[in-house]
Design a protein around this ligand. Structure first.
Ligand code: SAM
Length: 265
C-alpha cells in the first residue's frame, strides 16, 4: 500500500499511527521521569518519537527501513535529543549503544513491529539490559498471552519467563482503525515493570530450558514433555505444590517452575 509517497512494507510490520492522539496518551501513561533515556524500536515516520522527545531527556530509536530517513532527519533537526540508528534492532549490541549516555532511568517505549514482538522483549532479558519499564504496543491476543494465568489456554512459556522478571499490566486498548494501513487485529498497550524482588533462581539457563521443554507439546503431560529429566525430582517438587506428573504445563504456576528448576540445578 502507498500513502503520501510512502510504500508501506508489510515485511517490516509497518502499520503507522494516524495521529498524535495515541502517542500522547502513551506518553501520559508512561510517566517518564526527568533524566530518562527512552529506547524506541521502530520509529516509522516518528509520530511516537516526537511525543517521546518532548518529554524524555533522550530518545534512542532503531529503524530498519532506511527509506524513512528523510522524515526522521527532519524530526531530529527539530528535536536534537533524538538519535536514530538505522539497523535491525535484534542484531544490535544495545549495552554498547547506550554506554555513552548518562541517565537515571531506562525506559523502552514503542509501537513494536508485530512479527518480532517476543524476540524484542526477550532480548532485554537475555542480554541483561536493565530497563525500569517497557511500555509497548502489541497485538491484543499477544498482550493477553503475556498476562495469562495458569489454567488459561493462553498461558505459555513466554508468560512464565516474562512474569519472572516483570509485573505485567494492560494499560489501554488501541483500535485497529487508529493505523494506516489498517491491520486485521486490535492492539493493546502493555506495561512491563521490572520486579525489584524476584524468586531466587539458582540457574536461569536451567529454568529457561525446563520451562521451554515443559510447554513443548502443550497437550502432553509433564511426564511426557520432561522424559529426559530426573523425573523423581520433578515429581517430588510437583507433589509438594499439589501437582503430579500427569499435570500439564499450562496448569503450573511460575513459583513451581522455579522450585523444580532449583531442585534440578
Ligand atoms: N512507531 C511508528 C508508529 O507508531 O507509527 C511505526 C510503528 S510500526 C508498527 C513498526 C516499525 O518498526 C516500522 O517503522 C518498521 O520499519 C520498524 N521495524 C521493523 N522491523 C524492525 C527491526 N528488526 N529493527 C528495527 N525496526 C524495525
Amino acid at each position: 500500500m502507498k500513502a503520501n509517497d510512502f510504500y508501506f512494507k508489510k515485511k517490516y510490520g509497518q502499520n503507522f499511527l494516524k495521529d498524535d492522539c495515541i502517542p500522547n496518551k502513551i506518553v501520559r501513561y508512561s510517566d517518564i521521569p526527568d533524566d530518562t533515556l527512552v529506547i524506541e524500536i521502530g520509529p516509522g515516520r516518528g509520530i511516537l518519537t516526537k511525543a517521546l522527545a518532548m518529554k524524555a531527556k533522550q530518545v534512542l530509536s532503531y529503524e530498519i527501513d532506511t527509506t524513512l530517513k528523510d522524515s526522521l532527519d527532519l524530526l531530529q533537526l527539530q528535536y536534537p535529543n533524538v538519535n536514530v540508528i538505522y539497523d535491525d534492532f535484534l542484531n544490535r549490541n544495545v549495552l554498547d549503544d547506550i554506554k555513552d549516555y548518562t541517565f537515571q532511568h531506562l525506559y523502552v517505549i514503542a509501537n513494536l513491529p508485530y512479527y518480532i514482538t517476543t524476540p524484542i522483549i526477550l532480548k532485554f532479558i537475555t542480554e541483561q539490559i536493565n530497563v525500569d519499564r517497557l511500555i509497548v504496543m502489541v497485538q491484543k491476543e499477544v498482550g493477553e498471552r503475556f498476562q495469562a494465568v495458569p489454567g488459561n489456554k493462553q498461558y505459555s512459556s513466554i508468560t512464565v519467563f516474562l512474569n519472572y522478571y516483570f509485573h505485567i499490566k494492560k494499560l489501554f486498548d488501541v483500535n485497529r482503525g487508529c493505523f494506516v494501513p489498517q491491520p486485521n487485529v486490535d492492539s493493546v498497550i502493555m506495561l512491563f515493570e521490572r520486579k525489584e524482588t524476584r524468586l531466587v533462581l539458582k540457574d536461569p539457563e536451567i529454568f529457561f530450558q525446563l520451562v521451554r521443554d515443559s510447554f513443548q507439546f502443550k497437550r502432553k503431560t509433564i511426564r511426557n514433555n520432561l522424559r529426559c529429566y530426573s523425573l523423581d525430582i520433578v515429581e517430588k517438587v510437583l507433589k509438594k505444590h499439589g501437582f503430579d506428573l500427569t499435570s500439564r504445563a499450562e496448569e503450573i504456576p511460575l513459583e513451581v517452575f522455579v522450585d523444580i528448576s532449583n531442585n534440578l540445578s
